[in-house]
Design a binder for this molecule. Structure first.
Ligand code: 13P
Ligand code: SF4
Length: 304
């Protein structure tokens, strides 16, 4: 009998499909993926792949962005219910009020957002390119949506800008306990603390390095002089961290940071969507797709 891995391989060949997985996906899913990466890498990649079918092992805003950037491709989501709570955490009124108040304004939208929210915005960013893009915008005033933590992090690196924040957050990073990180620091005084900018300010204050998931993985890979790391992001990243630094030890807060939307995905779901074509991402309405597509394309252009 064929293993699930063999079945997936066969189906991929039949459908000329390619599998993309975020670093937060479960280890067995990352194992069968053709490409693994952070939100920025995966959105760039989706544009450059020739395969007509993309299986996106991530949450809905990722599949939706891939579809908007590749209208002719079929984008399949293994877990149709996998959504990102932060992706909905801003009201149109916040954007309208800022546009009313400031003439010279750029609405900068974290890619962790719905297509509708992207369509209200001037440019998208990810945690890997937000600082670079904001610094290069001609505008003085920046409304950063939906994540206030990433917004504050970017503002610190771009003091020449005036920031307006929105009260959105990622629950997985916002509610991480600074006390638990301090306990880890006490237990492992040699360890460096690497955290995601979606974390709350108390956690960011304890960090040696703040960066996207790919930034964290790269930092650990390059700092071979350090053998212990305390990690402040969703624990799915440990698959890649272990792969690139098998000699190192990685510690997570006692209340293990997990993102159920990313972690409930299964190989059976991957097989199911490959077999049936179920859970294909639908194209959002035309005007909304055009506007959200512009914000995404501008990100790809400015991040180059
Ligand atoms: P990155 O992939 O940009 O590191 O972001 C993490 C995240 O929360 C994705 O949902
Ligand atoms: Fe959304 Fe947070 Fe999960 Fe990323 S980790 S998908 S931001 S809920």
């Amino acid at each position: 009998m064929n293993t699930k891995k063999e079945i997936i391989q066969q189906l991929k060949e039949e459908k000329n499909a390619v599998i993309l997985a975020h670093y937060y996906a479960p280890p067995e899913v990352q194992e069968i993926a053709d490409y693994i990466g952070d939100s920025f890498y995966l959105s760039k990649l989706a544009v450059n792949l020739d395969n007509p079918v993309l299986v996106f092992c991530g949450v809905s805003f990722m599949g939706e962005s891939a579809k908007i950037l590749n209208p002719d491709k079929t984008v399949l989501m293994p877990d149709a219910s996998a959504d990102c709570p932060m992706a909905h955490m801003v009201d149109r009124s916040v954007v309208d009020a800022a546009r009313e108040q400031y003439e010279d304004l750029a609405v900068v939208c974290y890619i962790n957002s719905t297509a509708e929210i992207k369509s209200w915005s001037d440019v998208c960013v990810t945690s890997a390119n937000a600082v670079k893009i904001v610094r290069n915008l001609p505008n003085k005033n920046i409304l950063f949506i939906p994540d206030r933590n990433l917004g504050h992090f970017v503002a610190k690196q771009a003091p020449e800008k005036h920031f307006i924040y929105n009260e959105g957050y990622c629950p997985r990073h916002e509610f991480m306990s600074a006390d638990e990180v301090r306990q880890l620091k006490e237990a492992h005084p040699q360890a460096q603390v690497l955290v995601h900018p979606e974390c709350n300010a108390q956690i960011l204050a304890l960090a040696d390095y703040i960066g996207s998931t790919s930034g964290i993985i790269k930092y650990a890979a390059e700092h071979t002089e350090c053998e212990e790391f305390i990690i402040g992001t969703v624990s799915g990243v440990v698959y890649k961290l272990n792969e690139s630094r098998p000699d190192a030890r990685f510690y997570f807060p006692a209340t293990r940071p997990s993102c159920p939307d990313m972690e409930q995905m299964t190989l059976d779901q991957v097989i199911h969507v490959l077999k049936t074509g179920d859970n294909a991402v639908a194209m959002p309405p035309e005007e909304l797709t055009r506007q959200a597509g512009q914000a995404l394309s501008r990100m790809l252009e400015l991040a180059r």
